[in-house]
Ligand binder design. Structure first.
Ligand SMILES: Nc1ncnc2c1ncn2[C@@H]1O[C@H](COP(=O)(O)OP(=O)(O)OP(=O)(O)O)[C@@H](O)[C@H]1O
Length: 227
């Protein structure tokens, strides 16, 4: 479902005399339907960079990335936007939202974009927010002033509201208490059971052990150290 083949990446720092930083070489991995794969490796090894290339935010210099039938590498932005709407979900570490949009709407938005009726989309958002312990008194407020853990749970609700066939998760359990962490792990297990292909960064070792079928160490993709 997610396929990365011989991908390389370098950054040119235009504001620093055009210095070129080679960060990745020969990156290859696959994630099948119903599988959860953990990206591991030391800080700075390139985990987030690889996730952002799959998400289509960072350009792929060489190699090929596919999600389902769609090619990400070299794709036009409108194709990537369409793929994100229907097929590829992403729970980043930080919530980025338009100010003043109520939380229930922030969570329902991916469904509205797919044409689900407003009433149904908001009912499904409310059910997921309840499951994630976001009190009903907060649903009508913008999440911009919420606590770190509350914002993370809103982000998770938004990422799990639609049954995306492929999911990228960046530290989904990072700032959560035990009960909410358990809820999030159950959501991930349910997504696997319905056949989602999941690629995640989990510094939470116990979560990684419980959820992931395999680990891919990005240290093997650091230039000069490629296997
Ligand atoms: N936008 C960017 N411009 C320039 N260099 C970047 C950019 N994004 C990442 N890098 C560089 O790429 C390398 C890999 O960074 P990346 O954030 O992917 O590592 P990581 O494994 O996710 O680290 P961490 O676990 O600390 O989040 C680092 O040397 C970083 O400085």
């Amino acid at each position: 479902m997610i396929e990365v083949q011989n991908v390389s990446k370098e950054f040119t720092l235009h504001n620093q005399g055009g210095a070129v930083l080679r960060v990745m070489e020969g990156a290859s991995l696959t994630v099948a339907k119903g599988e959860c794969v953990a990206l591991t490796g030391a800080s700075g090894a390139g985990k987030s960079t690889l996730m952002r290339m799959i998400w289509g935010n960072y350009r792929t210099d060489h190699g090929m990335i596919r999600v389902g039938d769609a090619q990400i590498s070299g794709a036009e932005p409108r194709r990537i936007i369409a793929l994100r709407r229907s097929t590829l979900g992403y729970v980043s570490q930080f919530l980025r939202v338009v100010p003043r949009v109520p939380t229930v709407r922030v969570v329902a938005e991916p469904l509205l974009a797919l044409g689900v009726a407003e009433e149904e989309a908001e009912a499904r958002a409310a059910a997921l927010l309840t499951r994630l312990n976001i009190g009903e008194n907060l649903w009508g407020l913008s999440p911009t002033t919420f606590s770190g853990g509350e914002q993370q749970r809103v982000n998770i609700a938004r990422g799990f509201i639609h049954p995306y066939p492929a999911l990228l998760l960046d530290e989904p359990t990072a700032s959560l208490d035990a009960a909410n962490r358990e809820t999030v792990m159950r959501l991930i297990e349910e997504a696997k059971m319905r056949g989602a292909a999941i690629l995640g960064i989990f510094h939470d070792e116990a979560a990684r052990e419980r959820l992931c079928d395999r680990q891919v160490d990005v240290a093997g993709f650091v230039p000069g150290r490629a296997a």
